[in-house]
Design a protein around this ligand. Sequence first.
Ligand code: 5GP
Length: 346
Amino acid sequence: MRVEYDIKLGFKDVMFRPKRSTLKSRSQVNLQRTFKFMHTSIEWTGVPIMAANMDTVGTFEMAVKLAENELFTAIHKHYTLEQWNQFLADAPEGIENYIAVSTGTGANDLDKVVSIFKANPKLKFICIDVANGYSEHFVGFVKQARALFPDKVIMAGNVVTGEMVEELLLAGADIIKVGIGPGSVCTTRVKTGVGYPQLSAIIECADAAHGLGGQIISDGGCAVPGDVAKAFGAGADFVMLGGMLAGHDESGGQVIDIDGKKYKQFYGMSSATAMDKHAGGVAEYRASEGKTVEVEYRGPVEATLQDILGGVRSTCTYVGASQLKELTKRTTFIRVAEQENRVYTK
Ligand code: 5GP
């Protein structure tokens, strides 16, 4: 047994230290980024915030709305080939730049992804998602996907440590999904005791990925726009959101009325709710169970997007970053007592 004694940090453990700035207004901040990828010649430009591949968030409706704002959606894996074909037949032009086809690592999963790409060769992004990205089987699957799709951008995860980021990049992934246990409806830390504070995971994994020319996605744990800014400040290239995008018209699920108030259901992809819905198809998705919660119905997602983007732009002005790209360089985090941040977030 070994114990690592250096402290690892989560979003709540830090704040940005303000810095002298020449920026007059947050409208001067550019949130667009352009990325080149490690294994393909594709270049991507957009706002690097993405909807999670959960069936309550990563929907076609969400993708259309997010793409209008140049944001990305990892479409959940439960749409059929027919649904994909139908969506793409009427989808806005250029949507393929802002969506990924998600998959697990089962044989059926692979067959489905192959058929979706065969029918729709303009699609560019694949998101290979498992609970535990540390298994040899997973690395093998990433290699197989790279051989099958030499010209597509592959996102793969989830992991939380630098050495596994490197291994997956070298196996053929372009972008690594980082986060084990921080998700708002995830119970991995409770059920298994496994996890890694998200801010430290981002800092360590970004360093490993950037050293090889790869990127990372910070996946899970953002509850307020300030957390999204902190994820970028720590070095995340992309930030993936579940709970923050739940409860909207574009999110999956029905509006429920409880005592005259409107709610929408939001649940982890390995929760009992998800398993019931997808009949065993998600059992392998997350190592441990997820929760089901009712989130307040929040209407169209547009207002929430503007709130998130406005928050991140404002962070940039506080530290003097005229572009999102400069935020990490301009970031000094100060460690704070969690108590302090509780007051600040509520
Ligand atoms: P959030 O933004 O809600 O904090 O986190 C979203 C992320 O939680 C997803 O992108 C995914 O990585 C993770 N997640 C989704 N469903 C489950 C689940 O059922 N169990 C676990 N452990 N993680 C989940």
